[in-house]
Ligand binder design. Structure first.
Ligand SMILES: NC(=O)c1ccc[n+]([C@@H]2O[C@H](COP(=O)([O-])OP(=O)(O)OC[C@H]3O[C@@H](n4cnc5c(N)ncnc54)[C@H](OP(=O)(O)O)[C@@H]3O)[C@@H](O)[C@H]2O)c1
Length: 254
């Protein structure tokens, strides 16, 4: 069921409560700004509270709750959901954006290193979804931020990251199957190509590789990803569930 938006514009998120993880830097900060412009109330989570508070102060005109949380902790994820329940009474959209990336040859990967990436990128999305689901009414949406690397082989050695993001696609399909029909919660994955952020900034040869390896020959820009996020979060995508949307400048099609 598609709950109508007050303005009649299906891309608006007025009066919708959005929980966004990984809002303290990079794509998450941009997502928070775009969601606020679309009219949403926000619950922002990450480990760096100061950065969240700074962002919240910038988002005047929007109701914002910030929560320090490590998504690899199921308990922290429950606290984020509780904060949303206490302040707003429900969750309409959950964006599982928190993530970490490592570049390590598989032969040199450590058990702790591998586990940590899976714990944040994959397990964290599950704990957050499980914690928020009881607060999500019919017409709600979960967006799992995966990666183009869920679809294609990475250009650099990234076994843990690639496995975590491919795993997110499986999780997306499962939760969509369990919750879309019965509970009216759509679940989709957003798969970015390469965008400027703390995660990509340190990987210097990356820019040349991406420019040569995408049809559009460049990194994406934040607003190009925001548009896809708003689509998946809003009633504009009311018949879209269990799938992934690639915003990768054509990288996966080459
Ligand atoms: N940038 C790209 O080109 C690109 C491409 C494909 C996919 N992605 C995905 O997009 C998402 C955002 O990444 P980004 O590029 O914006 O990188 P980023 O600037 O490094 O941001 C990562 C965010 O995740 C948060 N985070 C990390 N570990 C966390 C934990 N244990 N608990 C809670 N929050 C945690 C960080 O906040 P704290 O450190 O404050 O906790 C930060 O806000 C990630 O899932 C990433 O895999 C990015």
């Amino acid at each position: 069921m598609n709950r109508d938006t007050p303005s009649g514009d299906p891309f608006r998120l007025d009066d919708r409560v959005v929980v966004l993880t990984g809002a303290s830097s990079g794509l998450g900060r941009g997502f928070a700004r775009a969601l606020a412009v679309a009219g949403a109330d926000l619950v922002l989570a990450a480990r760096r509270l100061e950065q969240l508070e700074e962002l919240a102060a910038e988002l005047t005109g929007t109701r914002v709750e910030v929560v320090r949380a490590d998504v690899s902790s199921p308990e922290d994820c429950r606290r984020v959901a509780e904060a949303a329940a206490t302040r707003f009474g429900r969750v309409d959209v959950l964006v599982n954006n928190a993530g970490i990336g490592t570049v390590v040859p598989a032969s040199k990967e450590t058990p702790d290193g591998f586990r940590q990436v899976i714990d944040v990128n994959l397990n964290g999305a599950f704990w957050m979804s499980q914690a928020c689901q009881p607060l999500m009414p019919e017409g709600s949406s979960i967006v799992n931020v995966a990666s183009v690397l869920a679809h294609v082989a990475p250009r650099f050695p990234q076994a843990a990251y690639t496995a975590s993001k491919a795993g997110l696609l499986g999780l997306t399909r499962d939760l969509a199957q369990e919750w879309s029909g019965r509970k009216g919660i759509r679940v989709n994955a957003l798969c970015p190509g390469y965008f400027d952020s703390e995660m990509t900034r340190d990987q210097e040869p990356l820019r040349e590789v991406v420019e040569a390896g995408t049809m559009l020959g460049r990194f994406g820009e934040q607003h190009e990803l925001d548009a896809a996020l708003i689509f998946l979060a809003s009633p504009a995508s009311s018949y879209v569930t269990g799938t992934s949307l690639l915003v990768d400048g054509g990288m996966s099609a080459l």
